[in-house]
Design a protein around this ligand. Structure first.
Ligand code: NAP
Length: 240
């Protein structure tokens, strides 16, 4: 399988790259700063013939185009696109967090930026990868969303930026799934669980290994019947 992953230098994206490499897949691992991506560079030493590391800031359309050109210089199609890159608030200072999360302190530009990275970028990446996906074998698009994007699930205030960006991602993804269905490109959304990453924090309930191995098993079995649907990492369907 030929797999393209965004935000693969750490956390869940890195774990997807690791696990797919271990089982012999061809991985295009993108990240903002390949030179500083020590763990990816380390993987490259072991999986030199399976792994290409490439630069990609998902908000930069020229960079997305350049990434597709790099992929095309290696292969004619992509079988699995994982839109994983995202931003949260855990790493921010209290002041910066408030601008995204706290009513009374919300900041227009910060909110827009979060929607740009978490919701718009995955659609723009998929749009530019469309011709590669059309040439893929049983091509799938996996968008890493969050339960926090579920309106049914929302029973608290706060976290405006993150919640709205993931709700927007869900709508973009569902619409994309409808558009891509006739082309037999299937699109699904995942909540990866609460995962021990920089974003999830160390008290999160799942390791990246647990979350990602579950999602990989599910992705293997996913097809037309699952397109346009929103799943927890354990396979349970989630409410919008
Ligand atoms: N961890 C959880 O509990 C949890 C729960 C629900 C959903 N999620 C979702 O899972 C996905 C992965 O999160 P994670 O927990 O692995 O977080 P993480 O450890 O903070 O990693 C986030 C990744 O996204 C990348 N990224 C951020 N902005 C980017 C941009 N503009 N262009 C390209 N890459 C960018 C980061 O790159 P840099 O290193 O360059 O910053 C990093 O590789 C996210 O979409 C997140 O919303 C996570």
């Amino acid at each position: 399988m030929r797999i393209f992953i965004t935000g693969s230098n750490r956390g869940i994206g890195l774990e997807f790259a690791k696990q797919y490499l271990e089982r012999g897949e061809r991985v295009f691992a993108s990240c903002r700063n390949p030179i500083n991506a020590n763990e990816l560079q380390h993987l490259w030493k072991t999986y030199i013939s399976q792994l290409t590391i490439l630069p990609l800031d998902v908000t930069n359309e020229e960079a997305i185009k350049a990434a597709t050109q790099t992929v095309k210089s290696h292969t004619d199609g992509i079988d699995l696109l994982i839109n994983n890159a995202g931003i949260g608030t855990r790493e921010l200072s209290i002041d910066e967090n408030d601008k995204l999360s706290t009513f009374g302190k919300l900041d227009h530009k910060k909110l827009l930026n979060m929607i740009e990275v978490n919701a718009i970028a995955p659609v723009m990446v998929t749009q530019q990868f469309h011709d590669l996906l059309l040439k893929g074998n049983n091509p799938k698009v996996i968008n890493i969303s969050s339960i926090q994007g579920s309106i049914d699930h929302n029973s608290s205030g706060g976290s405006y930026g993150y919640k709205a960006s993931k709700a927007a991602l869900n709508m973009y993804s569902k619409t994309l799934a409808n558009d891509l269905l006739p082309e037999k490109i299937y699109t699904m959304m995942f909540h990866p669980g609460w995962v021990q990453t920089d974003m999830g924090g160390q008290s999160a309930s799942l390791t990246p290994e647990e979350s990602v191995s579950n999602m990989i098993d599910l992705i293997d079995g996913f097809g037309k019947a699952q397109t346009g649907r929103f799943f927890n990492y354990n396979g349970k369907e989630l409410e919008w």
